[in-house]
Design a protein around this ligand. Structure first.
Ligand code: FAD
Length: 432
């Protein structure tokens, strides 16, 4: 990294310069930096955490199936063989696309020939009173760890010989893949895996509720998957509340738009995502959902040397998958990863003075887990639907292969074999 001491022209700020700066070591930033690292391009990767987190498996940390080290992995470990990629752990507090620069929490300004933004998205509470203060969002590894402590604490409380006087039910807000996976795993813990092992038995003492304003679970999936997910969750005892939304969250439950109320000790928020403040406050061109408008080569509209990737980017769907109307690609790990790989190819072209190419997403399908032996998968663009044990094994196989390190793959498979092959789920003790 080239750097120079602060001078009056910088207002006392330290200024550093790099060929390529990548903000965010998620699916997109990681794929891009790995590819550039292989070509020995000088990259500064900035992330607020010193680890990459594999978000699709966060719910398994929350429900004691995997430990945090199987889902999060140190960024420096990932890049140990790529000496041209340096990792800086810091919060980016401002982005200036015109200058291709970002400002860090201590005021340091980092400028680049090429700036890449892959900062992902945050939880969206849609202004619902009490939601931010009283619910448990499910977006980051920290959220998952916090929820895990809460759920184990609640099991201890309900199993206490001293009795429980207030609400212990769990409400999950949102019936998308995160809400469904979580509802299935918590209900399975209560009924099948952890619950029966508590001394007094807690099966039947705690109910999991899932609230969604629509009329089906797993909205992006087909009707067959909607019905399958519904059936499986109902069999696990999950109470589904469709066609109503949560209008207020407090420490002891939620109020619903239809006038109903659910008493609950834990409310999990899986209800939506939004662009982070960092992006909303920048001079970047923003489109639907506050995401950054990008061209088909993944550069930001109007800013040639700036790329935006993954969840934060509004990437045109060149297959025109919206009945011929302009559409954007969904916020999925596979989109983020492929956009990172493609942007790396375009950056290599930029550096070599060649033309960039347009990004075409290879859609391999979508999948969601419901519980042991129960999952749905819809394969390829044609969305061929499979469910049950075959989809369950496919889900495990795909997710393990996508983990960024061999160590994590071995550890995850070992945990799953123990977990799914026995009635043990020994992952956690609660240290408070
Ligand atoms: C709970 C959950 C479950 C999911 N399950 C699936 C699934 O089953 N299948 C699927 O395909 N997709 C799933 N997704 C979506 C998938 O995880 C995202 O599409 C993917 O993570 C997007 O990658 P990204 O690189 O754009 O952002 P992210 O993976 O979110 O990474 C963003 C990175 O930027 C860093 N960062 C953010 N702001 C700053 C800042 N100001 N300063 C420094 N660093 C910053 C963060 O620490 C993070 O490391 C799930 C998402 C969630 C939240």
């Amino acid at each position: 990294m080239t750097s120079r001491p602060p001078g009056p022209e910088d207002g006392g700020q330290q200024v550093v310069h790099r060929e390529v700066i990548v903000v965010g070591g998620g699916f997109a930033g990681l794929a891009l930096a790995e590819r550039l690292g292989r070509e020995d391009v000088e990259v500064l990767l900035i992330d607020r955490n010193n680890y990459h987190q594999f978000k699709p498996l966060n719910y398994q940390v929350a429900t004691s199936q995997l430990g945090i080290s199987e889902v999060g992995y140190p960024l420096r470990g990932i890049f140990r063989r790529h000496s041209s990629v340096k990792v800086a752990v810091d919060e980016v507090v401002a982005v200036d696309p015109g200058e291709r620069s970002v400002t860090l929490s201590d005021g340091t300004v980092c400028t680049a020939r090429i700036l890449v933004l892959g900062v992902g998205v945050d939880a969206n509470f849609f202004g619902v009173p009490g939601a931010e203060e009283h619910s448990y969002p499910m977006y980051t590894l920290e959220d998952a760890e916090r929820l895990s402590r809460r759920l184990i604490g609640e099991l201890d409380r309900v199993d206490s010989p001293l009795g429980v006087t207030d609400a212990v039910d769990v409400v999950i807000v949102g019936g998308g893949p995160t809400g469904v996976e979580l509802a299935g795993a918590i209900a399975e813990n209560l009924r099948v895996v952890i619950g029966p092992r508590y001394d007094g038995g807690i099966t039947g003492k705690v109910t999991v509720h899932l609230v969604d304003h629509g009329d089906a679970l797993l909205k992006p999936f087909s009707g067959a998957s909607h019905s399958y997910a519904r059936r499986e969750l109902e069999q696990l005892g999950v109470q589904l509340h469709f066609g109503t939304s949560v209008t207020h969250v407090s420490a002891d439950g939620v109020e619903l738009g239809d006038g109903g109320r659910i008493d609950a000790g834990t409310v999990v928020w899986a209800g939506g995502q939004r662009s982070p403040r960092l992006i909303a406050d920048s001079a970047l061109p923003l489109g639907h959902g506050g995401r950054i408008n990008v061209n088909d080569d993944l550069t930001v509209a109007g800013h040639d040397g700036v790329y935006a990737l993954g969840d934060i980017a509004l990437i045109p769907d060149t297959h025109g998958g919206n009945g011929g109307k302009p559409a954007s690609l969904p916020q999925l790990g596979s989109v983020a990863q492929q956009s990172g790989q493609h942007a790396a190819r375009n950056i290599l072209a930029d550096l070599a003075g060649r033309d960039r190419t347009g990004f075409r997403y290879r859609d391999k399908g979508i999948m969601a887990m419901i519980g042991r032996g129960a999952a749905v998968a819809e394969i390829g663009r044609s969305r061929r639907q499979i469910q049950g044990h075959v989809a369950f094994l496919a889900w495990l196989g795909v997710h393990v292969m996508l983990l960024p390190s061999a160590w994590q793959r071995v550890a995850a498979v070992t945990s799953w074999v123990t977990d799914y092959g026995t009635s043990l789920r020994p992952r956690r003790i609660n240290l408070g």
